[in-house]
Every structure is written in C-alpha cells, then in structure tokens.
Design a protein around this ligand. Structure first.
Ligand code: NAP
Length: 55
C-alpha cells in the first residue's frame, strides 16, 4: 500500500503532537504543514521533511 499522506494545519502544541503520532505509524507520512508561526512552522516541517506553506 502506498503511504497515507497527511497534511497538518498549525504548528502549535496539539499540531506537533498529532504530527509526531501520525509519523510514528509506518503507513503515514507528514506531507505538508500549513502554519503561520515563523519559528514553530519551519521547525515542524523540517522535523518531518514536509512541504511548508505559511498561507
Ligand atoms: N495542549 C493541550 O494539551 C490541549 C488540551 C485540550 C485542548 N487544547 C486546546 O486546543 C487548542 C490548541 O492548543 P495548542 O496547545 O496546540 O495551542 P498552541 O500551542 O497555542 O497553538 C495554537 C495553534 O492554533 C493555530 N492558530 C491560532 N490562531 C490561528 C488562526 N487565526 N488561524 C489559523 N490557525 C491559528 C496556530 O497555528 P500556527 O502554527 O499557524 O500559528 C497553532 O497551531 C487550544 O484551544 C487549547 O486550549 C489544548
């Protein structure tokens, strides 16, 4: 089965926990992060090798 590609909106506490939980599943990868925060957004996207949009 191909990977389930997850998109996360936000990069706060809950968004970060959800991203890590999904990424821990073998069939999931975090494909994209949409976040306005200039510190936590890029950090979360980098942690998962995800695309990032600030819009
Ligand atoms: N932390 C917990 O254990 C917990 C438990 C139960 C309920 N909650 C509730 O869950 C909510 C989120 O908690 P959190 O810990 O993730 O808060 P947080 O760390 O302060 O993060 C806030 C989140 O909301 C997003 N956000 C805020 N204003 C926005 C807007 N105008 N447009 C789009 N996105 C916006 C932020 O996105 P950006 O990254 O783009 O800034 C960020 O992802 C809160 O209401 C909190 O009370 C939290």
């Amino acid at each position: 089965m191909s990977a389930l590609r997850i998109g996360i909106i936000g990069s706060g506490g809950i968004a970060t926990r959800r991203a890590h939980s999904f990424a821990a599943l073998p069939e999931c990868r975090i494909a994209a992060i949409a976040a306005r925060n200039p510190e936590t957004g890029p950090a979360l996207a980098e942690a998962h090798g995800s695309d990032l949009t600030t819009d």
